[in-house]
Design a protein around this ligand. Sequence first.
Ligand code: SF4
Length: 385
Amino acid sequence: MFCVYLHIPFCQKICDYCDFRVMPVQPRIYKEFVSFLCKQIVCFERKNPGLLATAQTLYLGGGTPSVLPAEYLREIFECLASVGVNVHKLTEISMEFNPESTNEASVEAALELGVNRISLGLQTFDAELLKLVGRSHSVEAGIRALNLLTSRRGLQVNADLMFDLPTQKVQGFLDDVDRLSDFPLNHVSFYGLNVSPRSRLGHRVSRGELTIDEDVYEPMYLGGVEILERKGLKRYEVSNFAREGFESVHNQNYWNCGEYAGFGPGAHSFVGGVRYYAPEIYPRWRDYVSAGCPSEMLEVDVLNRESKIMELLWLSLRQSRGLSFADLEAIGVRDAEKLARPCVDKWIGKNFVVKSDDSIRLSGRGWIFMDDIVTDLSNVYSNLE
Ligand code: SF4
């Protein structure tokens, strides 16, 4: 399956924990940004004729795509149509929204363009925590956005929560999950806060002004999973939960090692077995596009057998369906199951992994130890002849 990702790098305000390549909203460069984004898309089409027309999903992420005025979104969609992307036939068109830019007009504009899935960055219902991590919206704005989005018939809605925020209590997060799951949502995601030392929050943590309590991670994660599963939202990936049939098609393509083209500063692509990354810094990305998108300006990763094995382990085990040994054999690992048996038996003994037929998957507290389990398996398959 082939998918298209568009990175819109603007945000109303930069959150204190954020270390993505994003910039505060700059209406004066929207026009320029969209024109370079379209040039990049056209450039890709010239180098890979016909490939974009095979796309099955489109994802507008960022950043906060919902800050981009409707006329610019329309221009981007017209450009996609001009290179053969039939937006009316795509299985899924997702767009990220933040509460402060969710209103009748922005939602209507997205729906008119064909967007059929909106992902809302809600993060928490706790006003103090929103302030502490530097989010730009209020609890009330989050609730208004949820009500507006879930009232749209036929629109798939996801909402994101964060956990393990500084000072957050286990019960506080579980109350967030409970409250969110009372809205008529078909999809919820939650992520443990990963504090980058480069972020403002990271500086506060390193100065000792704030602490991240690692002990609350496990009861928050496992408690959150339990609440969602009780309400019919099943975990299909470590951080993603959906009612059956509402799983994100676009994101599953990433986790199933499918190919995609990404456009915008720092966007990743995976085409013809090669992963590459456009320049992240806006002026460098602009130079790259102006120069006709030369491959010398990209960071490129050609996947060898070892990196394919590592990717398969990381991407499969994060999904509830788990890892199939047949998939390892398909990329050239002989006796994949036999080689892993002592390692797998150790994790089965702890009830962290279950085995069925030809595959293994994480279970119970195994989800908390996902990194250790994958690293252990990686060691089994590293340096194979
Ligand atoms: S909204 Fe998301 S991308 Fe934008 S600053 Fe906040 S965390 Fe970063």
